[in-house]
Design a protein around this ligand. Structure first.
Ligand code: ISL
Length: 593
């Protein structure tokens, strides 16, 4: 039987597991799902204040339905001083007025559910805002809250509050030391991120149970799961030793003492028992886990261990970081990318599950980073990258605007940036003597604000995002690159994503098939097969701007196979054209019966 994505029935009309082999009968729903991440600040602004909001999101749900995604992951919308755009939370059980109200939230959730989709909340519990009442009480040492956070005295023999007197040498992710001095008590508190994001003390069972109670409250309100921010950093080595100091670094690397720390599995199993176990089969849980390796990920996602469904790993988005870190990027070698993603496919093949992503609110735009955002190849390369990712085994995540091939923004000067990570990095690097132009260049290429410019709905002055002044400038390319234009064009990047998502819903081999990487050493071609029972898929992509021949051996046995997806309109099959044109991709299917 051949399968044409255009003939795949609408999801709402489909009996989900019908006709699948036994092995897939009981597969969790999220294995065949596609998640769409919304960064509320930048998605849609209903009230014209220049900042996106919940009513804005609600007004765009039909667009997501048209794209065909199953789940909406909402980045934080809780009350927050917005030091880190909402990843610094001052009240876990309310909505920030800038985004709306709890009533708006309930309406959004109902709208999501009415359309047969689910909604996953961002859970940020490694740290709170320093303006959270828990931290205020902790700092003032009232209400028994002192040990809800991580407080330590100065390094022995040092004068508290003077340079170098921090309890240890750990650096924060956002530049500077990971400890902040508190005049009132003469002690320091730990903050792995900004000084307005103090780390909670997970050693304290009261903290953990307060978090679990809050999670249950959201689940009772109807949300369908959690994306858990840096959840593998919550357990710290209680000795808090100094970390190794790399050449030229101002601070030590504390990560060996808090990445997948001593009690992390115990905590996640406890959370599962206390929160998730009451909702069997209903939720999606994904742990964001910087520094996690594939062996750890298998433990986290082994269903028998009852921790989380899947993790976000960072290996593939770290491959282009240079010796000076993420803001000192180096060219990506395709063979390294394939080695990395291939190892994750293999490592989680029989136990656990992958999440798949190129983009999120912390990463520069994939089409600029791994593709080619110039006029000739932007659409082709966006489609090729999407095809490669979506044909892997795992749950794909689409970040807002990725489905339009949105590109990095042309930031002219440091004043154009808003992100605390970029601004802190600039200030520290320039103060340390770095060339400001070079630092800016790093921010332009790798800065998180590239992902945070307004969603490009149409060609109007506010990009259809706002009628006011956006909090961060819209990319001027919205005149050409926007949803309105792409919805009307069947050959657009948007419709390519729609086809890939439909393919996942209709083709069990995409969801459950095994994975075999071909041509691992090739620096231009990304080629692999998927197989399930008598069905086989061949995915071949040229991730380069020059034509590249496909080795004949790859095509053996694929004569006459049906093309399921392609990004050049005139690609009938591979038989007569074993050369892949610039950024060309193709997915073939053959079935033995
Ligand atoms: O982008 C990064 C800094 O280089 C990452 O290390 C990022 O900080 C890390 O992936 C954790 O991200 C999450 O937690 C942060 C928040 O700023 C990010 O937006 C969030 O995704 C602190 O809550």
């Amino acid at each position: 039987m051949s399968l044409d994505v255009r003939s795949i029935p609408d999801r709402s009309a489909r009996a989900p597991q019908e006709g699948r082999p036994d092995r897939q009968e009981d597969a969790p729903w999220w294995q065949s799902a596609v998640v769409y991440q919304v960064y509320p600040r930048s998605f849609a602004d209903a009230d014209g204040d220049g900042i996106g909001d919940l009513r804005g999101i609600a007004s765009r749900l039909d667009y997501l339905r048209e794209l065909g995604v199953d789940v909406l992951w909402l980045s934080p919308v809780y009350p927050s001083p917005q030091d880190d755009n909402g990843y610094d939370i001052s009240d876990y059980q309310d909505i920030d007025p800038v985004f709306g109200s709890l009533a708006d939230f309930d309406e959004l959730l109902a709208g999501v559910h009415r359309r047969g989709m689910k909604l996953v909340m961002d859970l940020v519990v490694n740290h709170t805002s320093d303006e959270h009442p828990w931290f205020r009480d902790s700092r003032a040492n009232v209400g028994g809250k002192r040990d809800w956070y991580v407080w330590r005295p100065a390094r022995p023999g040092r004068v508290p509050g003077t340079p170098g007197a921090e309890p240890n040498n750990w650096g924060s992710f956002f530049s500077g030391p990971a400890w902040e001095f508190d005049e009132g008590s003469g002690e320091y508190y730990l903050h792995l991120f900004s000084r307005k994001q103090p780390d909670l003390n997970w050693e304290n069972p009261r903290v953990r149970h307060a978090v679990y109670a809050m999670m249950r409250w959201w689940l009772e309100r109807g949300v369908d799961g959690f994306r858990m921010d840096v959840i593998n950093l919550v357990s710290k080595d209680q000795r808090f030793p100094d970390g190794a100091v790399a050449d030229g670094a101002a601070h030590g690397d504390g990560s060996p003492f808090y990445v997948c720390g001593p009690r992390i599995h115990e905590y996640l199993q406890e959370m599962h028992r206390e929160v998730f176990a009451a909702h069997p089969g209903r939720l999606l849980t994904v742990g964001e886990m910087p520094g996690v390796d594939v062996d750890q990920a298998r433990l986290f996602t082994d269903p028998d261990r009852a921790e989380v469904d899947m993790v976000f790993q960072f290996e593939h988005v770290g491959l282009d970081h240079g010796p000076g870190g993420k803001f000192d990027p180096r060219p990506l070698r395709l063979s390294e990318l394939k080695r990395s993603l291939g190892r994750w496919q293999e490592g989680l093949a029989t136990t656990g599950w992958n999440s798949l992503y190129w983009n999120n609110h912390d990463q520069p735009r994939a089409v600029s980073r791994f593709g080619d955002d110039g006029p000739r190849h932007r659409e082709l390369s966006a489609k090729a990258l999407a095809t490669v990712l979506h044909l892997h085994r795992g749950t794909p995540y689409v970040y807002q605007g990725e489905e339009l091939g949105m590109a990095n923004a042309p930031f002219a000067a440091v004043d154009d940036f808003r992100d605390i990570e970029s601004l802190n990095h600039y200030a520290h690097a320039v103060a340390a003597g770095a060339d400001p132009e070079r630092v800016l260049d790093g921010l332009r290429r790798m800065g998180r604000d590239n992902a945070r410019t307004p969603m490009q709905w149409d060609a109007s002055p506010g990009a259809g995002f706002t009628i006011g002044t956006p909090w961060i400038a819209a990319n001027p390319d919205h005149l050409r690159v926007n949803a309105a234009a792409q919805l009307a064009d069947p050959s657009s990047v948007f419709h390519h994503y729609r086809r890939l998502i439909a393919l996942r819903h209709g083709e069990p081999a995409v969801v459950h098939g095994d994975f075999t990487m071909l041509l691992p050493e090739d620096e231009h071609l990304y080629v692999f097969t998927r197989g399930l029972g008598g069905t086989a898929l061949l995915v071949a992509a040229n991730l380069d701007g020059a034509p590249r021949p496909l080795p004949a051996a790859v095509l053996e046995g694929w004569g006459g196979a049906r093309v399921l997806v392609a990004n050049y309109a005139d690609r009938p099959d591979l038989g007569g054209f074993p050369v892949l044109r610039p950024w060309e991709c193709v997915v073939l299917r053959r079935a033995s019966a």
